[in-house]
Write a protein that binds this ligand. Structure first.
Ligand SMILES: Cc1cc2nc3c(=O)[nH]c(=O)nc-3n(C[C@H](O)[C@H](O)[C@H](O)COP(=O)(O)OP(=O)(O)OC[C@H]3O[C@@H](n4cnc5c(N)ncnc54)[C@H](O)[C@@H]3O)c2cc1C
Length: 94
């Protein structure tokens, strides 16, 4: 059915593996297909979160990373260590 997309265990096709990672891969494929379906005239610009600053900004990832870097440098400048991990695995300033 055109315009209906499915990911995960609900899918069946030759070689299908019912694994979590298969669902994630199918999600990426689905997002690309859906983009072309919704915007048939537009060109899809494929980007990586590791190298695309615009994606990092959209995900508010870059601001967080820069803020973390500034805080770490400030602590080091004051003779304190960097950040340490607290009990939950989150970073907490020393
Ligand atoms: C015992 C077991 C161990 C596994 N171990 C691993 C592993 O180690 N590594 C790995 O990668 N994969 C593992 N898997 C496979 C993995 O769990 C599945 O591939 C993955 O969970 C599929 O995700 P999904 O979102 O497609 O489906 P599901 O996780 O099945 O989610 C579907 C959801 O839809 C809900 N639902 C169903 N019908 C309706 C409805 N009509 N209306 C509303 N909601 C509905 C269900 O209740 C369910 O919550 C394991 C599977 C099993 C059974």
């Amino acid at each position: 059915m055109p315009g209906l997309f499915a990911i995960g265990d609900i899918n069946t096709y030759p070689g299908k593996l019912k694994l979590i990672l298969s669902g994630f891969h199918e999600a990426a494929l689905m997002a690309q297909k859906a983009y072309h379906y919704v915007y048939p005239q537009k060109r899809l610009v494929f980007q990586y979160t590791t190298s695309s600053t615009s994606l990092q900004k959209k995900l508010a990832w870059r601001d967080h990373a820069e803020d973390h870097l500034h805080r770490t440098r400030r602590h080091r400048a004051h003779g304190r260590g960097g950040d340490r991990l607290d009990g939950d695995g989150d970073r907490a300033a020393q």
